[in-house]
Design a protein around this ligand. Structure first.
Ligand code: CDP
Length: 201
């Protein structure tokens, strides 16, 4: 039986960490849909055409080691406004969402566009400053020399582009439960997410 958990939210809100923990807890498969857009963005930075790259995307492309950089994140949000890029990635995500045995997908439009029938929907947010602090720490640990102020302006620019685009903008589904992680530890955020999902089972 399919059971889909849709976890959407803005950049660095904690949705990736929560999604992985939720998938492990329930024994479900997990797809970080941001990786699809990051993989297309990385190909565009390497000179490819965005639509062709999205249409030719292969599972191996998601394993490329450098998809988590700040440059790739910006490139991802630029290709993500192109309707043909988004439509090329829909079938894979829909099939993943409705697979037998349960699935957790995290992204921007899972509860609104990819799987409006998802049995559980969460919208994970935090203040821009908290999100930038988390992303700054992550990037610094990987050796990035980007300043906190640059990380904060990148996060704000990406949220603006993701929220204002015409196709599949970032917004909570009407029936999503909001989880604000600004003042929550990772453990508390995961616990809140699991409790919300359990209510839907
Ligand atoms: O990890 P983080 O929240 O920083 O970003 P991500 O989830 O890896 O997504 C990177 C970019 O891909 C986002 O800024 C969006 O522009 C785009 N994206 C999207 O449009 N739709 C999705 N379902 C997932 C990501």
């Amino acid at each position: 039986m399919p059971f889909t958990i849709a976890i959407d939210g803005p950049a660095a809100s904690g949705k990736g960490t929560i999604s992985k923990a939720v998938a492990t807890h329930f024994g479900y498969a997990h797809l970080d849909t941001g990786l699809l857009y990051r993989a297309v963005g990385a190909k565009v930075l390497a000179g490819a055409d965005a639509i062709e790259a999205a249409q030719a995307l292969r599972a191996e492309d998601l394993e490329s080691g450098d998809l988590r950089t700040a440059d790739v994140a910006q490139a991802a949000s630029k290709v993500a406004v192109i309707p043909e890029v988004r439509s090329a990635l829909v079938d894979f995500q829909v099939a993943f969402a409705r697979r037998d045995g349960g699935a957790v997908l995290d992204g921007r439009d899972i509860g609104t566009v990819i799987c409006p029938e998802a049995e559980a929907k969460l919208f994970v947010t935090a203040s821009a400053e908290v999100r930038a602090t988390r992303r700054f720490k992550e990037l610094s640990e990987k050796g990035s020399e980007q300043s906190y102020d640059d990380v904060l302006s990148d996060v704000i620019a990406r949220d603006k582009r993701d929220s204002e685009r015409a196709t599949a903008p970032l917004k909570p589904a009407d029936d999503a439960v909001l989880v604000d992680t600004s003042d929550l530890s990772i453990a508390a955020a995961i616990e809140a997410a699991i409790a919300t999902i359990r209510d839907r089972m």
